[in-house]
Design a protein around this ligand. Structure first.
Ligand code: GLN
Length: 537
């Protein structure tokens, strides 16, 4: 059976528990262990698929089609191994399972209660990934902040697991904030003391305290925290603000977080960490030779988390090309015929982002038109690809009012239509075309040059598709449909050959980009932007 590390958070949210969990997993992986990370979220939604990006940032889709928290994206980008539905559990999912069992009569005669029935279901899921011998270590991130009403059952379950399993099989890492008061020129430990006290009141005691801080912690402060919070002096470590999240594994290595964990879990046979590829990536990331400006056209741009995986994919692809990618956020609602030239003048590439609903659609179509007519590298993802299809229909095929039925149910030219198997669906949660599907790529296309293979698999999240009744007229007028789903014939990739780089994909390549294996589409898009920048210089 695996060993279990729980990561809790105190003082405030957004301290980066996901990055600390991913960094620890990376270090353990680099020392030869198999590790996975799961996230337990306290909200009642069964999954984040129905949440607005403004509420919860991007919805990350796994290979098996689960709509999950964006932290799973970090886990995959750091570890390079896929996660699944089992890696993200919400309170909603726990209750749904228990209530379904109650309706089926499985608790017949019993009062169903938070303890033990809800906590038993939480426990079953917390231990699940560690039971088939696939992983040496399972790291569980508990969403929210200690003291929140809604995460209490999760913390209670951690207490039960700490109590039930041998001491050397379970540990708790608590992440807190050490604020700096500039007027007093002092780092303050009191919030940390309070949060550990609150955690201890629930019966859970942390083995390690990781302190997020803007200034280094000296030994006096570390010893003070250790004394007041009742942890070993060496087990209080600092997590200094880093210039990039990809630096955090190295910062944690310097603080010996991995060694502290291995010691507590009584794991003796470990090798020196092999972080060669990681360091190579970091080195390239930190020393770019030039830069490119990429316009990110979307409607959620006020919130960076809404496009998390796309932004991280730019970082991976930029390092690969040894360029710094400056992402210029362009709100699709602010693009007009009058200002489009001015808005895009300094850009070397345009990415039209995924999305839902009608808001900002006209700006996206204008952006595609600009890229097509001005030979600017263009990359459309999901809704972005659909916009490229609509733009082509309206301006090249002269199909006036051509649209997606998502935005205009009665359009005369529904070039983007609802997928056949979506038509009878009324339930919203988990019902899109989700997860990994195969795609066959035609030879002698840009897509083939990019992937170097005929068979690829990419992840999807959509209800609408290219309408194949228009296929012939698109093809006859110069649009290449270079990727198709082998069984359904759905168009997955479109491109324009008489253009330096113009490609749209119905799937989400950003979900599979990792530090060690950047998504090929992003790598080639940035390479095209780099050429564009050199031309303009
Ligand atoms: N709204 C579009 C659809 O459902 C695109 C979805 C997306 O961009 N993820 O097909």
């Amino acid at each position: 059976m695996a060993k279990y590390v729980f990561v809790t958070g105190g003082v405030t949210s957004s301290l980066g528990k996901g990055i600390i969990a991913a960094s620890l997993a990376k270090l353990l992986q680099a020392r030869g262990f198999t590790a996975t990370i799961q996230k337990f979220d306290p909200y009642i939604n069964v999954d984040p698929g129905t949440l607005n990006p403004y509420e919860h940032g991007e919805c990350y889709v796994t290979e098996d089609g689960a709509e999950t928290d964006l932290d799973l994206g970090h886990y995959e980008r750091f570890l390079g191994t896929p996660t699944s539905q089992a890696n993200n559990v919400t309170t909603g999912r726990i209750y749904q399972t228990v209530i379904n069992k109650e309706r089926a009569g499985e608790f017949l005669g019993k009062t169903v209660q938070v303890v033990p029935h809800i906590t038993d279901e939480i426990k079953r899921r917390m231990l699940l990934l560690g039971q088939d011998g696939k992983f040496d270590i399972v790291i569980t991130e508990i969403g929210g902040t200690v003291g929140d009403i809604e995460s209490t059952p999760f913390i209670e379950t951690v207490r039960q697991i700490q109590w039930e399993l041998p001491e050397e099989d379970v540990m708790v890492v608590h992440l807190t904030l050490i604020p700096y008061l500039s007027a007093a020129k002092e780092l303050k430990t009191k919030p940390t003391q309070h949060s550990v006290r609150m955690l201890s009141e629930t019966g859970v005691h942390p083995d390690v305290i990781v302190c997020r801080t803007e200034h280094p912690l000296n030994d006096d402060i570390k010893n003070k925290i250790a004394l007041f919070c009742n942890v070993k002096a060496g087990n209080v470590i600092e997590s200094l603000d880093a210039s990039t999240i990809y630096e955090v594994p190295l910062l944690m290595q310097k603080e010996q977080l991995d060694l502290i964990v291995l010691k507590k879990l009584n794991i003796q046979n470990y090798k020196e960490p092999d972080l060669k590829k990681w360091n190579l990536f970091l080195d390239k990331l930190k020393h770019p030779k030039s830069s490119v400006n990429i316009g990110l056209i979307g409607k959620y741009i006020e919130l960076q988390d809404a496009y998390k995986s796309i932004l991280e994919s730019f970082i991976h692809a930029g390092a690969m090309n040894e360029v710094k990618v400056n992402v210029v956020n362009v709100h699709s609602e602010n693009i007009t015929e009058e200002n489009v030239n001015e808005q895009f003048a300094g850009l070397h590439g345009l990415l039209v982002a995924p999305g839902f609903g009608a808001r900002g659609i006209d700006g996206k179509i204008l952006a595609v038109k600009y890229a097509r007519e001005n030979n600017l590298p263009f990359f459309g993802i999901c809704l972005g690809m659909q916009m490229a299809v609509i733009e082509f229909a309206r301006n090249i095929l002269h199909l006036k009012g051509a649209h997606s039925v998502e935005m205009d149910t009665h359009t005369e030219h529904p070039v983007i239509d609802m997928m056949e198997d979506q038509k009878g669906i009324t339930m919203k949660g988990g019902t899109m075309r989700l997860g990994s599907y195969p795609c066959i790529i035609a030879k002698d296309t840009l897509a083939y040059k990019i992937y170097g293979s005929i068979n690829i698999n990419e992840r999807h999240r959509h209800r609408y598709e290219f309408n194949n009744t228009f296929l012939k007229s698109f093809q006859e007028n110069g649009m290449v449909t270079s990727g198709l789903n082998p069984t359904l014939g759905l168009v997955e990739i479109i491109e324009l050959p008489n253009h330096p780089f113009f490609i749209g994909v119905q799937y989400h390549p950003e979900l599979k980009s990792t530090v060690e294996h950047p998504a090929p589409l992003f790598v080639h898009f940035i390479a095209a932007a780099k050429l564009q920048a050199a031309k303009k210089a």
